[in-house]
Design a protein around this ligand. Structure first.
Ligand SMILES: Nc1ncnc2c1ncn2[C@@H]1O[C@H](COP(=O)(O)OP(=O)(O)OP(=O)(O)O)[C@@H](O)[C@H]1O
Length: 302
């Protein structure tokens, strides 16, 4: 089998637990992400999602294991990997436009000034920021606008991998909805691979090709990889009509509400613990007479 674009191999993270012992957040976690995939990760607070993201970004080193992108080991941060955090991380002394230009200049040092500026404006326009607003400083923008700038800045740099750590966590539901749509639009036109942490099940179903489900820690595991068998383009109002929507949603709710806790702390021996692939497709296998209300669910081990 050929290696995926991003390959997480036997990742283990231990921290001192503050009482003279060791906390094992996860052990021998392995999974892959294909080029162009949009993958969300769901799990309860403290299971280790941000730790995984920081390792993928090259901002932290695991206790053991490796991450490879395009076959090369991730060691330290790189412009090939863009990160968007919940707290925006814009440069407060620069205007909106200059915040984006700053990143583009670093990425494409040979581009002439006007090309850099046009490119930055183009990406800001894709998230609905045009006109005078691009000259405002971050402190003069609303939370939703600031997050749009962060997303425009990240996409404008064409990173091979985009890491989003709960980018909409601090936004109200309406703004969140609009920016999710913008994110889908901006991602749809690229080959970009996205790995995103969210706590919002509906957001994950709307955006993702695949959702990774983590059990509670310690010894958390990426237990399942749930394929979102709903065609694109998707939109918030129509997606709920799809026959797979509620079956997938119920599966995720059940995992997070019950199974993630039942499996908590379970230490599984193994060198290479991979998630089980779950495909839920009502259309492919409709409910039968013997089994009228239990949706068919196929779990495939890869
Ligand atoms: N530098 C550190 N030193 C010690 N323990 C740490 C450190 N960083 C994280 N942890 C612990 O590792 C575990 C995983 O933390 P992490 O932030 O990755 O969780 P998370 O799933 O992202 O949580 P949330 O959803 O609340 O952001 C937690 O128990 C946390 O307390």
């Amino acid at each position: 089998m050929s290696k995926p674009f991003l390959s997480i191999e036997r990742l283990t993270q231990r921290f001192p637990d503050g009482q003279g012992g060791t906390l094992t957040v996860f052990e021998n976690a392995s999974f892959g992400i294909e080029k162009g995939e949009f993958v969300c990760i769901l799990g309860h607070s403290g299971c280790g999602k941000s730790t995984i993201m920081n390792i993928l970004a090259g901002l932290a080193e695991p206790t053991s294991g490796v991450v490879k992108m395009d076959g090369l080991e991730v060691a330290g941060p790189s412009l090939d990997r863009g990160v968007v955090f919940q707290n925006y991380s814009l440069l407060p002394w620069l205007s909106t436009l200059k915040n984006v230009i700053f990143g583009v200049k670093a990425r494409y040092p040979d581009w002439p000034r006007d090309k850099v500026e046009a490119h930055a404006r183009d990406y800001l326009a894709k998230v609905g920021l045009e006109g005078d607003v691009v000259h405002r400083k971050p402190s003069q923008l609303s939370g939703g606008m600031r997050q749009r700038v962060s997303i425009a800045r990240a996409f404008a740099n064409h990173p091979k991998l985009l890491l989003l750590d709960e980018p909409f966590g601090a936004l109200d539901a309406l703004t969140r909805g609009t920016i999710q749509d913008e994110l889908l639009k901006i991602w749809g036109g690229t080959e970009q691979t996205v790995f995103m942490i969210t706590h919002d099940i509906d957001e994950a179903i709307l955006l993702a090709d695949r959702i990774l489900l983590m059990t509670n820690g310690p010894y958390a595991r990426v237990a399942e990889s749930v394929e979102i068998s709903i065609p694109r383009p998707r939109n918030r109002t129509e997606i709920v009509e799809h026959p797979n929507y509620y079956t997938i949603r119920n599966h995720l709710v059940q995992f997070l509400g019950q199974r993630s806790k039942e499996m908590a702390g379970e230490r599984i021996e193994g060198e290479d613990l991979r998630p089980e692939t779950v495909r839920i497709d009502q259309a492919a296998a409709p409910a039968t007479e013997d089994n009228p209300d239990k949706p068919p669910l196929r779990a495939v081990n890869e």
